[in-house]
Design a protein around this ligand. Sequence first.
Ligand code: PGA
Length: 309
Amino acid sequence: MTFGQLRTFVEVARAGSIRGAAAGLIVTEPTVSAAVSALQRELGVALLEREGRGVRLTPAGRELARYAAEILGLADTAARRVRETAGMAGRLHLAAVTTAGEYVLPPILKVFRVANPEVQVRMEVGNRATTLELLLAREADLAIGGRPPKNAGVAGEAFLDNHLVVVAAPGHPLARGTSVDRELLGRETWLMRESGSGTRQTTEEFLAALGVESPSVMTLGSNGAVKQAAAAGLGVTLLSTHAVAAELATGTLARLPVRGAPLVRSWYVLYLSGVTVTGSALGFLELLRSPDAARAVDDWLGPSREYLA
Ligand code: PGA
């Protein structure tokens, strides 16, 4: 078993086909097939089986894919630690859910960068599922999300308040009232992020808790699109105040006086339990634990920070 074969197999598992893996790795299809055949020969088990015109992983193949991702991630961590121990530039790999990647982490990364100019930083921004996948595969040292850890093997700590509010266009009739009840909310079109988004999940839970059944929903795939749609008067939306503080300050969006909002949540930093966080990742974790992180976000927001709560 070589790292190259394992890397190829992980790509087959991700892409779901030999052709997709070949395209992802920029190699030919026979090269991918040869790597899979070599693994099957060595292990003496079938790793793939035909499914229609494509292939799917056998149970043994799924097991190998899981271990292969872990082995490759661990090898990467080892290489980084060895380089850092020898005084070479460290690296920090983060995976963040969209809202945190866009509106929370940039100012914190700036503080980190000033203190650690030599560290190479990479931050993947995606939905909750992708973020956790990267952490579990050890492709990210730390993950940042809006929910506490639920997966076995993942630990986490809240590091910053995260309040969510219902917003709409400033001329929205509900923005003028003093209190918006459940019935009025049920008549609105709810602008929601894509499925897999933590904000969407929180919104669905919020509406269910209020007893709003089958609301009219429009799905938009980014915070930017949701905010623009709300400002254009297409509906209402529940978003983190980190994502809307600037628009609330300029008056592009207005907060609706909804009972039960703001929702008081936290931003969490997640890491693998049982794996010691070291090197640059430990430096970043310590920064998140310190008051400097919240201060950096506040300073970045300037006067619009008053819309956070
Ligand atoms: P999202 O995540 O930006 O993907 O919606 C936010 C959250 O997890 O609360």
